[in-house]
Design a protein around this ligand. Structure first.
Ligand SMILES: *Cc1c(COP(=O)(O)O)cnc(C)c1O
Length: 376
């Protein structure tokens, strides 16, 4: 079946649709930032920190330059460094393990649960040892990891737990918000995240006053008051323009997350029972915010190609688990070390699920997937 003459494109993500409803409000605020020349940190960043922390049900928020820095600065603030290990999942965006590496510690991977794509608490527990400095679960695709046993294991060993919640702002586990359960939660405002800026940005939310204070200094060269440096930090500050954008978007985030969940339900229904496809397991433990709607499928690469030819955007998050990345070869982990992560990397495909996606577009996606498997 050749590509039809005119292909209605369904993008994986189309941020321009969201912008239409934001343009006036955001640009008016951007003008005020310029009028005030309030570019680095400043009142809007402070307000954003309070608003995001409150949204995450955490007492403090410290903005920084990226989600990667949010993880790195938090691990450093917790004292992680050479000789330490940090337990995490190999099935995540690279930054999770990259930040562990860059603080000087060693990433120790634990395999995932096939249903949630998140770190398997039993495997995490087995990966912990005397050198474990922290545990860093990821709430992948917008669904919280199995926090009960993870928090319990961390508490038993008296080690901190950091939630990589870059994809999961507003997600919940048994009524508790992502970012409010561990010692800290790290956020990314990369444009494609559920709360995305117009550039890079990040934040750490935390219940720990000591962490908050250290992070506030760490992101600004370890400075406690002007030109007094108690330790060597870095420049990882958020700017006022990003805060202006993010504050406008935060007011709409619940509506957007609701629309994502509704789109996910529609796929669940339309794809149910289709041979060759497994829809994501719905969370029984609380709100999933669907940064990605990720199916498992047979002949994944061929399906992706078929959808691409028909104008449908999809993505593979993630094709190579982190233990098999060339940069981590020195960890000595080979194919077969984490079979569930490796299997997920072969089977996953993320479909368009962004809030402004129309029902008609979704029907197109579903029809094209059905067509692919009908022709098997
Ligand atoms: C996006 C992301 C990050 C990194 O965030 P940046 O803002 O791009 O540095 C870290 N972890 C996960 C799981 C992510 O999805």
């Amino acid at each position: 079946m050749g590509a039809p003459a005119s292909v209605a494109k369904v993008p994986l993500l189309d941020l321009s649709r969201q912008w239409k409803g934001l343009e006036e409000e955001v640009l008016a605020e951007v003008r005020r930032v310029f009028a005030e020349q309030d570019f680095i940190l400043g009142q809007r960043v402070e307000a954003l920190e309070k608003e995001v922390a409150a949204y995450c049900a955490a007492p403090h928020g410290v903005a920084c330059a990226s989600g990667t820095d949010a993880i790195l600065l938090t691990l450093k603030a917790l004292g992680a460094g050479p000789g330490d290990e940090v337990v995490t999942t190999p099935f995540t965006f690279f930054a999770t393990a990259g930040a562990i590496w860059n603080c000087g510690a060693r990433p120790v991977f634990a395999d995932i649960e096939p249903g949630s794509f998140n770190i398997d608490p039993a495997a995490a527990e087995a990966a912990m040892g005397p050198k474990t400095k922290a545990i860093l679960p990821v709430h992948l695709f917008g669904r919280c990891a199995a926090m009960g046993p993870l928090l319990e294991a961390a508490a038993r060993r008296r080690i901190p737990l950091v939630e990589d919640m870059a994809q999961a702002i507003g997600a919940e586990w048994r009524g508790r918000r992502a970012g409010s359960m561990g010692d800290a939660g790290t956020l990314s405002f990369y444009p494609s995240k559920n709360l995305g800026g117009s550039g890079d940005g990040g934040m750490v939310v935390t219940s720990r006053k000591d962490l908050e204070e250290t992070l506030r200094r760490a992101r600004n060269h370890g400075m406690s008051r002007q030109y007094l440096h108690e330790f060597v930090g870095t420049n990882s500050r958020l700017d006022g323009l990003q805060a202006a954008v993010l504050r406008a978007k935060l007011r709409r985030l619940d509506a957007w997350s609701g629309a994502r969940a509704a789109n996910a339900r529609r796929y669940d229904e339309r794809l149910a029972g289709l041979q060759g496809v497994r829809t994501p397991e719905p969370s029984t433990e609380g709100r999933h915010v669907y940064n990605q709607y990720t199916i498992r499928c047979e002949r994944r690469d061929a399906l992706k190609e078929h959808l691409g030819k028909n104008g449908i955007g999809t993505a593979i998050y993630y094709p190579v688990p982190l233990h098999l990345q060339p940069c981590f070869a020195s960890l000595g982990l080979k194919e077969g070390a984490f079979p569930e992560s490796e299997r997920a990397a072969r089977e996953v495909l993320s479909l368009p699920v962004f809030p402004e996606l129309t029902g008609e577009e979704q029907e197109t996606v579903v029809a094209r997937i059905r067509e692919f498997y009908a022709g098997r």
